[in-house]
Design a protein around this ligand. Structure first.
Ligand code: 4AD
Ligand code: MG
Length: 432
C-alpha cells in the first residue's frame, strides 16, 4: 500500500493509501468513529465503521486517546463537505503509541502562560502551525529578495569581542584565557567590514539581548536580518527597506491566506503595504505625540506606548527619521544640518506594532567615530579593527536590522512576539 502525505491526497482518489501521523481528535457516534488526523502536511478526517474494520481494529480505535500516533490505511474519497475536499474510509489502524494520559491541551481556552509552559506540545495545534509556516515563507522571501538584488550573504559571528549596541543588554560568556566574550547583539560592525570588501551584504541569524524588559515586544533571543550597503546614504537605506518589507508582505499574502485566516488576521491593512512608506522627522513626531498627551520631551527615545500612538496615525509603516544623537547608538552618522541629531530611521509597523527596523547611515569620519566611542566609554582597544575601516577607503555607508519576530507579530496580527518563534526565550522563560 502506498504511503502518502495528506497534502498529496488529492491525487490518490479512490485508491488505498497509508497515512502516518497523529490523532488530534476523535468523535464517535455509535459504531461510527471520526478520526481527525494530521501528519504535518495537512489534516484529514478518517471515518471508521466498526463492522467494516472488524472487531480487533474496532476495539483499538475505541481505546485511542488524543495525540496517539497512528498509521491509518484506507481508501481516499472525494467529499465536498470536508474542509479539504477529501476523506479517508478507514480499513485499519496501526497504533504506534497510544498515550496513557489525557492530552493537556484541550479544546477549551488556555492562558498564554500555560500554553508556553507546554510549547513542546502546543506546536502541534493549528495556530502555531500557521505561524511557523508563515515564518518559513517570510525567511525565504527575505533571502530571495537579497539574493535577487545581488547582495552577498555574510554570516557574522555569534561570539564577539566588541559591543555593538548598549552595554546594558549583553550576555557574557567566559572565554578561555581571553576573558569575556559576548553573544552577538548585532552583526552590524562585522557587516560594515564586509561591505567595504563586497559592496552590498546581509546576514540573518540569532541575536541576543539580555533584555530586562518584560514587554510583548522583547525576546532575549530573536532573529535579525541586517543589511549593509557601501556608497549609500540614509535615503537609499530607507528605499531599500521599504522595498524589502513590501516584498515579504506580498509573499506572505500570496501564499498564506489560509494560515492568516487561522490566525484571524484581517488582511485589509496588509494590502495597503505598498511603497513608498510614510516618513516623519523625529521632531515632528514628538510634537504630534505631545499634542496627543504624551509626556515625551525632545531628546527622549520613543517609548513603546509612543510608538503605538504614532503608528495609529498612519495606515502604512512609517519611518521616523533623524533622532537625537544622545538617544541612539555611537556608530550613527552626525546630521550635518543639525549636529544634535543623527542620520537614522526607525521603521514603525502600523496598527500599534511599533519599531520593526532600526537603521542609519554610519559615521565614516575617523575622528568623529573615535570621539563617540570615548564619549560612550566603550573599550577603545576592542574597536581597533572597526576604526581601521575608517582609515582604509572609508566611504559613506548605511545599513539596518529588522527583527523577524516583531515583523511576524505585525504581519500575523498577533499580540505577543512570543508566538512568533518556535521556542521563545524571555527573561522569565528558558523552558521548554
Ligand atoms: O534597533 P536595533 O537595536 O538595531 C541594531 O541592532 C542595529 N545594529 C541594526 C543595524 O543597523 N544593522 O535592533 C534592530 C531590530 C529592532 O528594530 C527590532 O525589530 C529587533 O531588532 N529587536 C528585537 N526583537 C525582539 N526582541 C528584542 N529584544 C529586540 N531588540 C531588537
Ligand atoms: Mg532600535
Amino acid at each position: 500500500m502506498e504511503r502518502v502525505l495528506i497534502a498529496d491526497i488529492g491525487s490518490h482518489v479512490d485508491r488505498d493509501v497509508e497515512i502516518r501521523g497523529w490523532l488530534y481528535n476523535i468523535r464517535s457516534k455509535g459504531k461510527l468513529h471520526f478520526l481527525q488526523l494530521r501528519d504535518g502536511s495537512g489534516r484529514i478526517q478518517g471515518v471508521a465503521e466498526e463492522n467494516t474494520v472488524g472487531p480487533a481494529y474496532a476495539e483499538a480505535i475505541r481505546g485511542l486517546k488524543m495525540e496517539a500516533s497512528v498509521k491509518v490505511r484506507g481508501r481516499v474519497r472525494r467529499d465536498e463537505r470536508a474542509p479539504t475536499g477529501f476523506e479517508l474510509t478507514v480499513a485499519d489502524v496501526e497504533v504506534v503509541q497510544n498515550p496513557d494520559l489525557d492530552y493537556p491541551i484541550a479544546k477549551k481556552e488556555h492562558g498564554i502562560d500555560f500554553l508556553l509552559e507546554n510549547r513542546h506540545l502546543w506546536l502541534r495545534s493549528s495556530r502555531p502551525h500557521a505561524m511557523m509556516r508563515i515564518r518559513d515563507t517570510a525567511i525565504m522571501a527575505f533571502r530571495l529578495f537579497f539574493h535577487e538584488e545581488g547582495f552577498l550573504l555574510i554570516d557574522t559571528p555569534i561570539l564577539t569581542g566588541s559591543i555593538g549596541e548598549s552595554a546594558g543588554t549583553l550576555f557574557e560568556v567566559p572565554y578561555f584565557d581571553l576573558g569575556t566574550a559576548y553573544l552577538a547583539q548585532t552583526g552590524q560592525l562585522y557587516l560594515e567590514a564586509a561591505c567595504a570588501a563586497y559592496g552590498r551584504v546581509y546576514n540573518f541569524g540569532p541575536t541576543f539581548r539580555a533584555e530586562k524588559s518584560k514587554t510583548r515586544r522583547h525576546l532575549t533571543e530573536f532573529w535579525m536580518l541586517e543589511a549593509e550597503v557601501a556608497y549609500a546614504d540614509n535615503e537609499d537605506n530607507m528605499r531599500l527597506q521599504e522595498r524589502m518589507v513590501s516584498a515579504v508582505v506580498t509573499a506572505v499574502l500570496a501564499g498564506h491566506r489560509d494560515d492568516l485566516a487561522v490566525l484571524e488576521r484581517d488582511t485589509t491593512p496588509l494590502e495597503k503595504v505598498t511603497v513608498p512608506f510614510d516618513r516623519q522627522d523625529y521632531g515632528d513626531a514628538v510634537k504630534a505625540l505631545q499634542a496627543k498627551g504624551s509626556a515625551i520631551q525632545w531628546g527622549d527615545d520613543l517609548g513603546g506606548e509612543d510608538e503605538t500612538v504614532l503608528t495609529k496615525m498612519h495606515e502604512r509603516p512609517v519611518f521616523v527619521t533623524n533622532y537625537p544623537k544622545k538617544a541612539k547608538a555611537f556608530y550613527m552618522k552626525e546630521n550635518p544640518a543639525n549636529p544634535d541629531t543623527v542620520l537614522c530611521s526607525d521603521l514603525l509597523a502600523p496598527e500599534g506594532y511599533g519599531e520593526i527596523i532600526g537603521g542609519s547611515q554610519r559615521e565614516d569620519v575617523l575622528e568623529k567615530l573615535l570621539a563617540r566611542i570615548r564619549e560612550e566609554k566603550l573599550p577603545e582597544e576592542s574597536y581597533g579593527w572597526y576604526l581601521d575601516l575608517r582609515k582604509f577607503g572609508s566611504v559613506p555607508h548605511s545599513g539596518y536590522g529588522i527583527g523577524l519576530e516583531r515583523t511576524l507579530a505585525w504581519i500575523c496580527g498577533v499580540q505577543h512576539i512570543r508566538e512568533c518563534i518556535p521556542f521563545p526565550r524571555t527573561i522569565s522563560r528558558i523552558y521548554p
